[in-house]
Design a protein around this ligand. Structure first.
Ligand code: BJW
Ligand code: ZN
Length: 286
């Protein structure tokens, strides 16, 4: 017997009223309307490279100049981008004053796979514009942050947020080179970012395939406690993020998926709201 997910807004609202622990898991589709390309499907290429191959330890080992140019390109893109309506709806959920109107008994945690910081930015802006000083929900950025710089030396702890761009002079302007048939610039290793503490090469503070996501223990504990998991704009193909909603279901919690289209396991969700999340979230959360 198969049961179809519901798209009833009143039924979802009733589930929200009952929720005590809400876990919101977000992915690249959340930032699509801000002009940030997703990883799979359209926009999964940069200079004809598959971006999921660049975001690997192997891609880094093969060509650090190329990987740094890729992240420099994305830093430039995100610096010019703004949160979209989907970020602002999720930002309001993070602020108790707003959340209590639809889920009066709830705690909520945001776990995002996105490295762009736009959800955090939307929360900060919403707090300022609404004059809220109370503490907002935690945002766990499990795949790191685009603007963090980390030392590659195993015995060095250097890890710092740096928003200046270019992050080193040699990367400046390389973001404009996108077309085929143009020789790829080579940025010499010595001209890439280096550690101010030990002098070794630095890399972006993001999580590549085969690496351990940040705060994973905390995230799994949250999934074990949540009675409602809201999954927004992720293909749910990358572990361990893709496993969180199942973990919530395993102990009787409910799952609501917001996605442009059917995604991995979305037919197993209790609620499914198809369409652009920048529209659907506003409709559903009002
Ligand atoms: C919209 C929309 C709109 C669009 N509105 N929706 C073999 C070798 C090595 C590893 C593995 C292996 N087999 C399995 C693994 C594990 C691996 C994995 O899962 N691989 C699979 C691909 C098979 N996972 C890992 O390696 C992870 N680490 C790990 O498992 O460690 C072990 C461990 C676990 C637990 C405890 C202890 C140890 C690490 C994964 C790191 C992923 N890194 C990246 C790059 C981050 C840095 C960067 O950005 O450059 O993370 S890859 C990329 O995928 C990025 C994303 O966060 C992640 C997920 O992508 P996301 O967000 O789902 O985006 P898309 O593009 O896939 O989907 C977009 C969705 O939005 C689509 O569904 C659209 O329909 C939708 N959409 N517009 C609503 N407007
Ligand atoms: Zn160092």
């Amino acid at each position: 017997l198969t049961r179809m997910p519901s798209d009833s807004i009143p039924d979802f609202r009733a589930a929200l009223l009952e929720s005590k622990q809400i876990l919101v898991v977000t992915g690249a589709g959340l930032s699509a309307a801000s002009g940030i390309p997703t990883f799979r499907g359209d926009g999964g290429l940069w200079r004809n490279y598959d971006v999921t191959a660049l975001a690997t330890p192997g891609g880094w080992a093969e060509n650090q100049s190329r990987v740094w140019q890729f992240y420099h390109y994305r830093r430039e893109l995100v610096l010019k981008a703004s949160p979209n309506p989907a970020h602002y709806v999720l930002a309001k959920l993070a602020i108790p004053d707003f959340r209590y109107k639809i889920a009066p008994h709830s705690k909520l945690t945001h776990v995002t796979q996105n490295i762009d910081g736009l959800l955090r930015k939307a929360v900060d802006e919403t707090k300022v514009s609404s004059g809220v000083s109370e503490e907002s929900s935690e945002i766990v950025e499990m795949h790191g942050r685009l603007f963090d710089i980390v030392c590659t030396a195993h015995d060095c702890e250097y890890h710092e947020a740096k928003f200046d761009s270019p992050i080193c002079p040699a990367l400046g302007g390389t973001e404009k080179i996108l077309a085929d048939g143009i020789t790829e610039p080579l940025v010499r290793r010595a001209d890439l970012p280096h550690c101010p503490l030990c002098g070794q090469l630095c890399r972006p503070g993001v999580v590549w395939f085969g690496e351990r996501p940040y705060r994973i223990k905390e995230i799994l504990d949250l999934a074990d406690e949540a009675d409602l998991c809201i999954v927004v704009g992720t293909s749910a193909l990358v572990q361990p993020a893709s496993k969180l909603s199942q973990r919530v279901k395993d102990h009787g919690g409910r799952v609501a998926v917001f996605n442009l289209e059917q995604s991995n396991h979305s037919e197993e969700a209790d609620f499914l709201f198809l369409g652009p999340c920048e529209q659907r979230l506003g409709e559903v959360f009002g």
